[in-house]
Ligand binder design. Sequence first.
Ligand SMILES: [Zn+2]
Ligand SMILES: [Zn+2]
Length: 611
Amino acid sequence: MKKSIKKVIALILCLAMVISVSAIGASATDRITDCDGKCEHYPSIIVHGLGQSNTWVVDDNGDFVLDDDGNKISSFPAYIQLEKVIAKILVPALLSLVFQKDIGLSEAAADVINLCFGINTCDENGQPSENVYTEKYPYPVSECEDFEQEEIFSHVPFNLYETEQPMDHMYYFTYNSFDNHMDIVEELYEYIQMVKEQTGHDQVTLTPLSQGATLVSAMLDYKPEVMDELHKIIFVVPALDGSTIIGDVFNGRISFLNPDYVYNGFLGELGLMDKGTAALVETLLRILPDEVIMSVLESAVDTLVTDVMIRSTSMWALCPSGDYPTAAEKHLSDPSMAKIKEQTDRYYQAQLNADANILKAVDKGVQVFCFVEYDYAMINVGETWNTQNADFIIHTDSTSMGAHFANVGETLPEDYVQQNINCDDPTHNHISPDRVVDASVGLLPDTTFYFDNQRHDLTARNDVILKLALNLIESDNIQNVYSDPRFPQFNIARGSEKLVELVELAGTVDTSALSAEDAQELAAAVAEAERVIDSTIGVVGEVEATEERLTACLVKAGVLEAEEEPVSLDVFTKISPVIYEYFGSDGYSEIAILIAAKALKAVTDIVVKFI
Ligand SMILES: [Zn+2]
Ligand SMILES: [Zn+2]
């Protein structure tokens, strides 16, 4: 699509927002599709999750700020200006290191947080800085330029799978994850009106992912009339009742501000690096006394929470309803926060009404589906991280709309009986095969799909989730978890990306150069891989075993090199706990003093014995 046409569309959108959409109405010139709203595919709008769109740093004139290579600079999650960061931190870090005391280091940490995250700080009205520009796509994916499509597919790679949904019926709504929540909700509502005009359809399908669900949930409450404009909502790992990470952080329950936790396996449990590296970092941290490390961490977290996060109404929308009242009391009681509190209180109401609103939508004929991931321990930054089931980022009570779960690694008691709170069909079995979930307790047991052991931030790599979502987007063939045996209620974590690559590579092998036996094994391995790729029923370990078999064939055929064992830092997983056992969270200088004191005492004891 030509830039000029985009500009016209953008102009129409602006006008529409100013004069109000109804006054303009749909005109033939707005139409992008030629179905005139009469085809069987409802236009679909993806409402992405945290940080899944381009947000760029701009100067006060609105021009992009560029880096040394002339590239735009992302503002999410922070605007990192490395030179300025080093300038702020270097001297206090060196002084603190030499004197083994906090000499301006915790203050510098606060400055660095403000320097990097300041761009995402909202004002006392909850309005964002004007130095961030969010890339928007006010047209379908088919009209997006290559770089725009690339950005969309990098977050939601539906380009990898076949679909009947025409790309001029696919939209990607973008927003800045720190922005004003109410304004984004309003924008989403206007976007739906725009999509209706561009396609001629009078209803759309929404696919909110993770944080995106807070926007849809708010919209159902603030603008209930939108229910008539919705054909379907496909919630994918929705943060419908926030995440306990935010609930814990906003209530001051932060696990890593406790030295005994930091030096005793915290980093290894974090899941962001392998255990060897984590133990190495843990060991290196002792270069400074634990008091210094702790005051630096406290200062950084305090600045991040009080200067950035609690001013963002979008972050507040991620606070679970159970945690909101105490967190609001703690951070929003000051009169200067009144405008922000007014808005967060309003969202809190929407959150409390969420289940009722969703049922109202269902009553009005909106089909509502949900994807839940479970049995992946919550990231351990909040103190309540291991108290309930989760998908690493969101607790399952939030994503499943209240289903009942055993905790991660546990199963429901042997005598547990399905509670059937929201399902009245006695023939339905809503207990997961692994006996971890009772889906009948969740709000929508017959239209909620569960994925065992699936990690939240790797959702887009799960080919089954993508295929099922596309299936729901393109047609109404699947009505519930019993409609299609290829997509049962309970499935597992998996990703077939690497297997697809291996099969492609296998296609390049000159089989005439192989022995009959090797050629036969390669063909069999490829056939097995294709069967696994096509299958939508996950079997634990199947993808990995198939990858291994095919890899072995490809190595033998000489098109792939055997993977070398990476350098292992595992030795530190043995060293770090021993240091902790003997010296707690002390830094090396403290440990050295302790050892010197012990040695001195030993020598004194010996000397005393001899005199
Ligand atoms: Zn159509
Ligand atoms: Zn049922």
